[in-house]
Write a protein of this length. Sequence first.
Length: 189
Amino acid sequence: MACKESSIFVNLDDENTLGLLLRTPEEFMASGTFGAAYVRDETDLANQYTMAASLLIDATAEKGVAWMYTYPILFLYRHAIELHIKGVVKSHIPIHDLAKLSDRLKTQIQSDYGLDIEGWITETIKEFSDFDPRSTAFRYVRDKLGQLPSEREYEVDLKKVRQKLGPLFRFFWIMRMAKGKSGSSDSQQ
């Protein structure tokens, strides 16, 4: 069976692999792969969301169009925070409430390491939680009740967001290393 050129998702079985490898360098560089080999846990996926947000900031800031990508960038960062917390607390419960997840994180860190993380860690999470408690503010035009967001407008310096989140993501990387998982701190920036 030949590689299906018209398919969006192509299974990398033995029949399709050769066709994929015969692509031009340009086609190959623009293709992506995903699956079990690329995401071992929530932290791996969180790192990908973090890197995607950072790449979007760099690509759009150079062109002066970052404002056009504010929602996707903030969603990527917010979701990365959620996944990082779930990776530490090992929560597979479908909960998106950062305040509740932050409480679980505090409890887990206190239990595992005897550390109180109250302060900049919980305050940084709280900033996203207060603005987007149910993970809908950056994904949808309307909330679950069909209401439009408030008439207010906000300004955010996306590079400062990235800078502020850097230490939080390094904290999550340290927690991953403490649990004996491998990972690269380079992907946390």
